[in-house]
Every structure is written in C-alpha cells, then in structure tokens.
Design a protein around this ligand. Structure first.
Ligand code: NAP
Length: 458
C-alpha cells in the first residue's frame, strides 16, 4: 500500500492511481473465528478489545462489479466494533456466514477472520465494471448501509430492506484497515475542509442521529421542540445535540462528569444535567425500578426546560428506558436506536398509553439520509466531534476507551494517513467554518487522552 499512499500524497491523477498495481495483501484489524470463546466466564466490563482485535496482513478480496476499493486514510471506532471484539451479544461470524450463503459474491465474506470498522475516509483506487458515479482518485467518506439494490424491499426506505446490513459489522472488509471493499452506493464526497481523521469519524454516528432527530422516519423534530439527549457528549449524542440546536429545538443534555458538562455548554447546549452528580437510581435492585427517581429526573428536566420534553433521544436502554418513557411529554416521542446497558428493557406502559406517547425505533440511515447528513458536515453546519486519535496498530486500545466510556465524541484511527492534520482541500472554507468549532472536542476532550492511553505515533 506504500506505493498507493505515496501516489496519493504526491497528488497523482485518478488514471495514475487506477494503473498502480494493487498489493496481494493489506494491513487490517480483525477478530478471529477460532477465538470467539475466549471470554467465556468473563464479565462484559472486563473484556479487553485489545486482546481480541489483531492487526495483521490479510489477502485482498476480489472486486464485484458494483463495488470499489478505497485506500483508507482514516477510520473511527464505533460501538459496534466494541460489540464485535467482545463477541456480544453474539459473535459476528454468524452474520458473515448468512451473507456467505446468499450469493457467490457474498461467499467472499465468510472467512476465519472478520475485518471490522464501519467508518472511513480515503481515496477510491479501483471501481467495478458496473460503477457509474465514482472513479479512481475520488476523495470519499463511506457510510455503512450495505444493501442489495436488486432487492425490491430496498426501494422505499432501504433501512427496511430484507438484507440490509451494517458494513464492517455484518459484512467483512471493514474500514479499520489500509484498504476497504465497499459497495459503490456507500460512497459520499469527502467534506473538503476536513482532515482525513475529521472526515472519517462522522458517517455512522452523524447519519444515525440525523435519522433519529430530523428524518420523518423517526422523531421528525420541529422547531421549538425540547429534546432530552442521553449521553450528550458521546458518539451519537454529540451529533444529536447539534441537530436539535440546528433545527431550532432546545436540547437538555445528560452527561456524567463536570468536564463533559463544560464541553456540552461549549457546544451551545444551555441545559445540562450531570447524572453522576444527581445520583439517579432508576433501578432499586436488578428487578425493581423506582418511579420516585423517574419523577426526580422529570422535575429536573422541567426546571431547565420549563416543560416536559417533546422528544427523548434514547440509547442506554435498560438503565434509562423506564425513565425516558416517564419523562417524555404527553404525546411525545421516545426515539431509540440502541441498548448499551441491556436490551431487555422495562417501562410502565400506563405512562405510555395514558399520555399517548410513542416509542419509535431507528437504525442507522438510508443512503439519502446519510448523504444529507454528510452534506451538512460539508457545509460546516454540523461539526465532527473527534476527541482522540490512535494509529491503526492501537485499534484495540482505542476500542477499549470506548468500551469503558472514557472517550467523548468520536475516537479516530489513522490508517494510511501517516499523521494527523492531512487531507484538507479547502483551507478557506475551514477558516470560514472556524477552526475552533471544528476542533472543539479535540481541544476540550482530547486532553483526556493525555491522562489515558497514549497513541504511539501521532
Ligand atoms: P458512546 O460514544 O460510548 O456514547 C454513549 C454515551 O452514553 C456515553 O457518552 C455515556 O454518557 C452514555 N451512557 C453510557 N451508559 C449509560 C447509562 N447506563 N446511562 C446513561 N447514559 C449512559 O457510544 P455511541 O457511539 O454514542 O453509541 C451509543 C449506543 O448506540 C451504542 O450501544 C451503539 O452500539 C448504539 N448505536 C446504534 C446505532 C444504530 O444505527 N442503531 C448507531 C450508532 C450507535 P455519559 O456517561 O456522559 O452520561
């Protein structure tokens, strides 16, 4: 890949890149099929992704006609890589095997190793014979919605497609590598004012939050809505707060430390709740919730917002869902995309039906939604929330920091990019958008990296 990187850095034309030979193998982060039992008997919180994620050479897979190879300059950690690396709630090899049974091209994915990663920025180096809109040399970001466009169920909202998958989680050949194999309909233009690592960290979380907050497929927030955002400086939460502010709503952000509260205020979120300081105990014990504690949260939200929130942005799951359903306004919406703390959730249904609330599910985003979310990043209206950057060799350490809830915003990973700060094509636009806004998380939260695991080479 060095020759390809040298060519990219020297500004080689698309034709030149297309004519460079591809290597037989490339560096990638992967888990191994024969290690899926390695955590037997170990508690979730004690599982260390740096022990199960390996960095090594893997063979370059064959290219299907509707696909592209992308030389990956940077990638990012998502929570799904944590799930894959701790083999919870189940090993991801089952997904690969199912894809493998679908078609000849699908069979390439069912391997003894799973290359992870659902975000990337980079440069297209080859396209398949059926690709029309992209060519070698294009600078791109990659969204993770992997759909078969010959499936009729994919042609309304592609998130409803029967064979919809998340690239790098339910497919192989993900973005935490020097080369990625993607469907051409996963490609989007790289925002020209961002570095490789800033451009790589957005697509998954930004698109997810766009769909949850903005899209008619989920909460469909309107101007003036109050939105309670759990994990408001986390991966999806930090984009959610921006969408609420951008769309004329009022966020109430929940975080778990004074530093995160300060970061949230610096983002422009006036109403902040530090859940650690408040010491909410929504569960009295493993089986019993405490409605008095839900009421206490509701009172705290009302004291800030002046009323109950029209929308609750929910993802912690078991620990908070009962409270989320309770605090949403009459007729309000609880929009959920995850269950980090446990997926067997419990809430008091009386509070849902008597007050005509609705729970809306959401999952990633269709191509259109991902494209619009990427466009907003490109226009400088939504900012990347990159706080830490690790080299690919330290993917496991990077994933551990997300697993332990030690990192704010997004954790970036440098793949081919030899250092941070490269890849900006439009410095003037960057100035217009504002360096301080673009790097807010790197400056205010990235400092935490100094006290945590140190990257070796950045
Ligand atoms: P993240 O960067 O780790 O942020 C999660 C935030 O949630 C943390 O910053 C933390 O904030 C808060 N949190 C964690 N545990 C909590 C608890 N028990 N109670 C209240 N708050 C808690 O993760 P992320 O990238 O935002 O992802 C969050 C979840 O969404 C993950 O489960 C992920 O798999 C899922 N997800 C789903 C989709 C989809 O398409 N369905 C897409 C992206 C992510 P504080 O500690 O500061 O409160």
């Amino acid at each position: 890949m060095q020759e390809i990187l040298d060519a990219i850095q020297a500004g080689a034309s698309g034709n030149d890149l297309a004519n460079l030979p591809l290597p037989e193998s490339y560096r990638a982060a992967f888990v191994k099929r024969d290690e899926v039992d390695m955590w037997d008997g170990v508690a979730s919180e004690d599982k260390d992704p740096s022990k199960s994620l390996h960095i090594d050479q893997v063979p370059v897979p064959e290219l299907a006609p509707d696909e592209a190879y992308v030389a990956v300059m940077a990638s990012a950690i998502n929570f799904n890589t944590v799930w894959t690396s701790i083999f919870e709630p189940l090993p991801t090899f089952g997904f690969l095997d199912r894809l493998g049974r679908e078609s000849v091209w699908g069979a390439r994915h069912a391997l003894p190793y799973h290359i992870v990663g659902s975000d990337a920025s980079g440069v297209v180096v080859r396209v398949g014979s059926a690709v029309r809109n992209w060519k070698a040399g294009d600078r791109v970001t990659i969204h993770c919605n992997h759909v078969d466009d010959q499936d009729p169920t994919a042609h309304d909202d592609s998130m409803l497609a029967a064979n919809q998958r998340i690239w790098g989680f339910e497919t192989n050949f993900g973005g935490l590598a020097d080369l990625a194999l993607v469907k051409a309909n996963q490609l989007m233009p790289k925002p020209t004012h961002l570095t490789w690592e800033e451009a790589a960290c957005n697509a998954l979380c930004n698109s997810t939050s766009y769909r949850m907050i903005v899209s008619r497929h989920a909460a469909g927030m309107k101007q003036g809505d109050g939105v309670l955002v759990w994990g408001a400086t986390g991966g999806i939460g930090a984009y959610a707060v921006q969408y609420v502010l951008n769309g004329g709503g009022t966020p109430v952000g929940v975080v778990s430390s004074p530093e995160r509260a300060e970061l949230l205020r610096a983002m422009g979120c006036e109403h902040v709740i530090d859940r650690k300081e408040k010491g909410y105990r929504f569960w009295k014990d493993e089986h019993t919730q405490d409605e008095a504690e839900w009421r206490r949260l509701g009172k705290d939200v009302r004291a800030l917002l002046g009323r109950d929130p029209e929308i609750v942005f929910e993802h912690p799951g078991r620990s908070t869902m009962g409270a989320s359903v309770f605090v949403a306004a009459r007729g309000g919406t609880i929009v959920t995309c995850a269950a980090t703390s446990g997926y067997m959730i419990e809430y008091d249904n009386r509070h849902l039906w008597m007050k005509l609330k609705r729970i809306v599910s959401s999952h990633f985003a269709n191509y259109r939604e991902a494209w619009e979310a990427n466009r907003l990043i490109g226009e400088g209206k939504i900012q990347p929330v990159l706080s830490r950057v690790y080299p690919l060799e330290e993917t496991g350490v990077a994933a551990l920091s997300v697993h332990r809830n030690e990192a704010e915003g997004k954790v970036g990973v440098l793949c081919l990019a030899p250092e941070e700060g490269l890849g900006i094509d439009d410095a003037e636009k960057r100035d217009r958008v504002g360096e301080d806004k673009i790097t807010l998380f790197r400056r205010m939260a990235g400092g935490a990296q100094a006290g945590g695991p140190q990257p070796a080479a950045v």
